[in-house]
Design a protein around this ligand. Structure first.
Ligand SMILES: Nc1ncnc2c1ncn2[C@@H]1O[C@H](COP(=O)(O)OP(=O)(O)OP(=O)(O)O)[C@@H](O)[C@H]1O
Length: 381
């Protein structure tokens, strides 16, 4: 059951969003179940909600691709969010035509244009789990790094800016190295890189430490979702935990200066927080997540997202919104019951999709059910 004061979406309107020409939903604060056949538009609704947080949404799509085929080229999501502080109306989207050649996503909060997308974090933290994340433990390190940085961002709103400032300075250094620019330019860029790199690494290390404390504090041997053990595989992340940040910053700046020749040949910086990885182990089995079975990996990932939701609540005092795409279908009855019980304990509003309503029967009246069919949604069935 969603707690009183927990964040919930109480109105959602979509315009020219994916396969929705127009959609208007008015759920209450309980969980929302979206059921329908493949390709009906269930994930599209979760994707729309993911734009209530900063970033590129749960599909990391190009903004142009989100606009409905055959529409005018723009799209809009408008949501009313109800939280402890009352109601907030958030609007976001892409205008069809405009003077802005970069065509950035517009964001309005209670009628005022947001200056940065991080302002959304003052209103909502949105966490998700989708089938596309199934390969997280076995796939590319870059995906795990992005996942890690999203974990950090939900509790530390400056994190995305630090990461992008580091990347900007790094790209500029790559360019100057390639063009054989003056070493005084490189000194300045490397100083910037070192400053941001250490801030990024420190925030990641802090997140991992908080996660470990939280998982230990809430350890439940009966839970169907095993405890995850997180370790950061990156020199800077290890060092910031053991040495003063200024020392780590100076050392990384020197490393960069010494590596200019090799980095020029490689065409990139060969060390830094952009090379770090998130290592996840199955706690009870003491086994690398990548070595676990498919089912164990799914359970581990779900446990990680649930633990993250708890961490967000403990660190920010606000419950996040949880988007779970096709999660119930892959759990047996016992684990599904465990998921619903965990959602009740968290007191969050969860939006869940599935092809079959029967998957959600155990939620009884703790959820409202909507049928999705070919870009239309019919209310509580
Ligand atoms: N820009 C777009 N314009 C119009 N339709 C689109 C656009 N992008 C995606 N679609 C369509 O949206 C449909 C619904 O996609 P969605 O991923 O939400 O389905 P789903 O209900 O989650 O299905 P599944 O159960 O297979 O995951 C797909 O048929 C897809 O072709």
């Amino acid at each position: 059951m969603t707690d009183a004061g927990a964040l919930s979406v109480t109105a959602l309107k979509l315009t020219d969003f994916r396969n929705y020409a127009r959609l208007s939903m008015a759920p209450d604060a309980r969980h929302v179940v979206l059921a329908g056949e493949n390709g009906a538009g269930k994930t599209n609704i979760l994707e729309a909600l993911s734009y209530l947080s900063p970033g590129r949404g749960l599909r990391r799509a190009r903004l142009e691709d989100v606009a409905r085929q055959g529409g005018g080229g723009g799209w809009a999501v408008a949501a009313t969010l109800l939280g402890a502080a009352g109601e907030t109306v958030v609007g976001t989207g892409l205008v069809a035509e405009g003077p802005d050649p970069e065509r950035q996503r517009r964001i309005r909060i209670d009628g005022t244009t947001a200056r940065t997308s991080e302002e959304l974090l003052d209103v909502a933290r949105v966490l998700w789990l989708t089938p596309a994340m199934d390969g997280l433990f076995t796939g590319a390190a870059g995906d795990r790094r992005r996942f890690l940085d999203r974990l950090v961002l939900a509790i530390d709103r400056d994190h995305a800016r630090r990461v992008s400032s580091f990347e900007k300075a790094m790209r500029e250094r790559n360019r100057v190295l390639e063009e054989g620019g003056r070493s005084s330019w490189l000194d300045g860029l490397e100083a910037q890189m070192a400053e941001y790199a250490v801030a990024v690494a420190a925030a990641r290390a802090e997140l991992a430490a908080c996660f470990s404390r939280l998982i230990a504090a809430h350890h439940d041997p009966q839970s169907p979702f095993p405890d995850a053990v997180l370790t950061l595989d990156g020199a800077l992340e290890r060092e910031v935990s053991n040495r003063p940040a200024v020392e780590v910053e100076d050392a990384y700046r020197e490393t960069l200066a010494d590596a200019r020749h090799g980095d020029r040949a490689a065409g990139r910086a060969r060390s830094g927080p952009h090379r770090s990885d998130l290592l996840v182990r199955h706690g009870p089995k003491d086994m690398a997540a990548a070595t676990c079975s498919t089912g164990e990996q799914k359970a581990l990932l779900l446990g990680l997202v649930l633990a993250h939701a708890r961490l967000v609540e403990e660190m920010t005092g606000r419950t996040p919104l949880l988007l779970l795409d096709e999660v119930a279908a892959h759990l047996d009855t016992h684990r599904r019951a465990g998921l619903f019980a965990a959602l009740d304990r968290l007191g969050v509003q969860a939006w869940m999709t599935g092809t079959d309503l029967s998957l959600f029967a155990a939620l009884e009246d703790r959820a409202q059910r909507f049928s999705v069919h070919d870009g239309t949604v019919s209310g509580e069935s």
